[in-house]
Design a protein around this ligand. Sequence first.
Ligand code: B12
Length: 243
Amino acid sequence: MEVKPYGDARNDGLVQLSFTLPVPESERARQAALELARKMGFQRCQVVHMKAMGPDFTFFVMYGSTSHSIDPDLVTVTEREFPLLTVPEINRVIRESLKRRLVVVGACTGTDAHTVGLDAILSMKGFAGDKGLEYLQEMQVVNMGAQVDPGDIVEVVRREQADAVLISQVVTQRDAHIVHLTQVREALQTAGERERLILVGGGPRFSPEQAAELGYDRIFGRGTKPSEVASFLAHRIAGPVPA
Ligand code: B12
């Protein structure tokens, strides 16, 4: 069944959107925002908030009703391709597959200094009730921290004989997250290390569908829990685990 966004009543199509125009705050700016929203296909458009962002820009919050609808039953949904395992199961898979600890190198690269996401996945204390990868007895974790150069990642990967590399990117301005993830993959490729590694990227504005275009084995997005990442690594080294 086709549905529309819900505002005050079912299928009224009401949407809130916000954007900034490079126009000084003025009645001209307000009219420009309204006209732009109409061009986007919204009807009954209203500017409900307008604020100068410095002398040359204006920020808008708008309401409008969309004429489009969607049937949720017809959209394509990508299911998680690996099962979620418990900590003992993950430890067992690593022990039985590798007969040694799994070495994981993690870093936040380029100019990005947001380490909270990477720490949420790696650090012992973990995130959202999950323990981080450091908690797993069979994982050896090297957390390189923020603003790490791709060349330094290659060096540590070689020194530690890493099995997996985890790259975090939070800032997306001018597609910095794409650029930085690509630089790391290229550096590992040039060094001849890429093929033998499990290469994982993550950050709040990524989605799993981006893995292929970025040349990564898996991409994790907003709200990822450490157990998902640990389960994925176990899945990759062992293949599907028998029930
Ligand atoms: C805390 C914070 C900071 C702190 C960072 C401290 C630190 N040590 O990390 C400080 C104050 C330093 C900071 C600075 C800046 N920040 Co800031 N910051 C934030 C804030 C408020 C929270 C980020 C956070 O910690 N989230 C919590 C963690 C747990 O979530 P997460 O990062 O999404 O991680 C999860 C997943 O994404 C995933 N994940 C993340 N990484 C990885 C990696 C792997 C391998 C995997 C598997 C999963 C994974 O798993 C995690 C757990 O679920 C956000 C706004 C927000 N509410 O998100 C802005 C935000 C990220 N910052 C922003 C900006 C612009 C900046 C600055 C440029 C500001 C400035 N002008 O100076 C600087 C940049 C500094 C730099 N060089 O990078 C913008 C980015 C906008 C954009 N689109 O790029 C945001 C979105 C704020 C905003 N709305 O404008 N910031």
